[in-house]
Design a protein around this ligand. Structure first.
Ligand code: KIV
Length: 278
């Protein structure tokens, strides 16, 4: 049976750490789901790690719905969270609600995530009140990369740290069921995690969060253009793929592949008839 947001909130109360991973397609979602990861985020990070853009800004609703549908088909137990792309929720609360609903109705998600704190709290409240679970996301928010001056750590001064605490509290009060804390000092995320009752899910925010999220392509060692400081490579899949592809190409060239094992044979009588017929 599929896990629900109350069970995720209970995990914080029990002190049980929460694992979340991104997935962007059916097969990966199956692997992540079967491993027992309770939260799968179809992150707009797919714009960078899957589609090769330099930021997440070009990612559209249509692209997100396409990938979220695939993930939803692969994940039977986890909560699938659709990441609301740039300008799908910032224009006004009505447009945000319409787009959040599309993630549920058209793509089979069970929740949405959006970036921002105090400034989006009223929008979060409207979406939550319409019955859609919302995950918040504060700190280094990639959709604001040009405003923030790049993918930089946030909350390093007293004023900035206080602002992030206010953002987290505003999201909790608006009804968010969890909040992603991205790229901020570990002490600050631990402090915020103690101050709010809903789970915090960290990425580059240290061990004091209630859970952790990683971009799957980073933790699998699949996307290697840029390896963030917070990413631990649990595998080196790009190297495995590269060696398999080189071996395949070499075997095609040498004639070693395919062998009879990978081939379909024709009944010798049919072959003999074919030879006679032409
Ligand atoms: O898009 C994404 O993958 C994210 C995570 C990094 C939290 O927002």
């Amino acid at each position: 049976m599929r896990i629900n947001i109350n069970q995720i909130k209970d995990m914080k109360q029990r002190g049980e750490k929460i694992a979340m991973l991104t997935a962007y397609d059916y097969v990966t979602a199956q692997v992540v789901d079967r491993a027992g990861v309770p939260l799968i985020l179809v992150g707009d990070s797919l714009g960078m790690v899957l589609l090769g853009y330099e930021s997440t800004l070009p990612v559209t609703m249509e692209v997100m719905l396409h990938h979220t549908s695939a993930v939803s088909r692969g994940a039977k137990n986890a909560i699938v969270i659709g990441d609301m792309p740039f300008m799908s929720y910032q224009v006004n609360a009505e447009k945000a609600m319409e787009n959040a609903a599309r993630f549920m109705q058209e793509a089979g998600a069970q929740a949405v995530k959006l970036e921002g704190g105090v400034t989006v709290a009223a929008t979060v409240r409207r979406i939550v009140d319409s019955g859609i679970p919302v995950m918040g996301h504060i700190g280094m928010t990639p959709q604001s990369t040009y405003q923030l001056g790049g993918f930089k750590a946030q909350g390093k001064t007293l004023q900035a740290a206080k602002r992030l605490l206010d953002d987290a509290v505003a999201l909790e009060q608006a009804g968010a069921f969890a909040v992603v804390l991205e790229t901020m000092p570990a002490e600050l995320s631990a402090f915020i995690s103690k101050r709010i009752n809903v789970p915090t899910i960290g990425i580059g925010a240290g061990a004091g969060c209630d859970g952790q999220v990683q971009v799957i392509s980073d933790m699998l060692g699949l996307f290697t253009d840029f390896v963030p400081k917070h990413a631990k490579q649990f595998a080196h899949i790009a190297e495995v793929m590269s060696s398999a592809v080189s071996q395949y190409a070499a075997e095609v060239k040498s004639g070693a592949f395919p062998t009879p094992k990978e081939s379909i044979s024709l009944d010798p009588a049919v072959l003999a008839d074919l030879e006679k017929a032409v």
